[in-house]
Design a protein around this ligand. Structure first.
Ligand code: NAP
Length: 265
């Protein structure tokens, strides 16, 4: 029996990057998956993912368009999923943006859009699915936050960093409020992963090398590893895990800020 057999999952921003890896791992474990996408260019990517996971894993999938920061679109999306796949039992709030702008020139529009996409979406989606989860006394909500929620990982994205800290704290607040209904709310904190969001960073070879050097495991993590963490938190094995931020960062966030070459010997 697969770990998530016949569970209904929704992954926001599921057509590419980390979201895609999460969709693939959930489907591999037997879940039926709704793949949310936003701009219309991503529709064909979402369609390809749907076709692939349906044929390889013999599960049901659907693709669904919505801006996760807009209440009406979120409500319509979840209603459509309920009518097609059933009530959402696993919600993965993955969609996020990180427009690179440093503080002195940061626009109000970027600030608002970042918070709308990275934080308000968690409020809107979690509230919409939580009512059914409360009735069933079961459900898993997993938010993809970041190492940036506890470390200032870059000096040029203060809006992103603070939004991820807010998302992590929101996770903990919801864990307390919804825990009494046997709903688990947790977060996963990736360090840098190679996706469209980090293309620029990886194009710069020096930056790439520094990123590897800074990591205690001397390697960059993968999107699949984030999917593995999500599967664990979505499974019965994580029944008593609530309000936790599971860092998948090679130990980056527990490393002291000092040269570690003396540890080599
Ligand atoms: P990505 O490749 O840029 O993908 C972002 C996803 O978010 C896309 O699927 C995009 O949808 C979706 N999205 C953006 N705005 C949306 C909106 N308003 N409504 C619905 N969907 C929207 O980024 P990623 O690297 O996979 O990041 C995924 C998550 O992991 C984010 O929350 C990010 O902050 C977090 N994270 C990433 C890293 C990293 O190094 N990559 C590290 C830590 C945390 P479309 O495909 O339709 O455009």
């Amino acid at each position: 029996m697969k770990r998530l057999a016949d569970k209904v999952a929704l992954v926001t921003g599921g057509s590419r990057g980390i979201g895609l890896a999460i969709v693939e791992r959930l489907a591999e474990e037997g879940a039926h998956v709704a793949i949310n996408y936003y701009p219309s260019e991503s529709k064909h990517l979402a369609e390809e993912v749907k076709k692939k996971i349906e044929s390889v894993h013999n599960i049901k999938a659907m693709i669904i368009h919505a801006n996760v920061g807009v209440k009406e679109e979120v409500e319509q999306m979840v209603t459509d999923i309920e009518n097609s796949l059933g009530e959402v039992e696993i919600l993965v709030n993955n969609a996020g943006i990180a427009p690179f702008e440093s503080f002195l020139t940061l626009s109000e529009e970027s600030w608002d859009l970042t918070y709308q996409t990275n934080v308000k979406s968690i409020f809107l989606l979690s509230q919409r699915v939580a009512h059914n989860m409360v009735k069933k006394r079961a459900g898993k909500i997993i938010n993809i936050t970041s190492t940036a929620s506890v470390l200032v990982t870059s000096p040029v994205i203060p809006h992103y960093i603070s939004s991820k800290a807010a998302a992590t704290q929101l996770t903990k607040a919801l864990a307390i409020e919804l825990g009494r209904y046997q709903i688990n709310v947790n977060a996963v904190g990736p360090s840098t992963i190679q996706t469209d969001m980090t293309t620029e960073m990886f194009e710069d070879e020096e930056n790439h090398k520094r990123e590897i050097e800074a990591n205690p495991m001397k390697r960059i993590g993968t999107a699949k590893q984030i999917g593995d963490a999500v599967v664990f938190l979505a499974s019965d094995e994580a029944e008593q895990v609530n309000g936790h931020l599971l860092m998948v960062d090679g130990g980056l966030t527990v490393k002291a800020a000092q040269p570690d070459d003396h540890l080599e010997h």
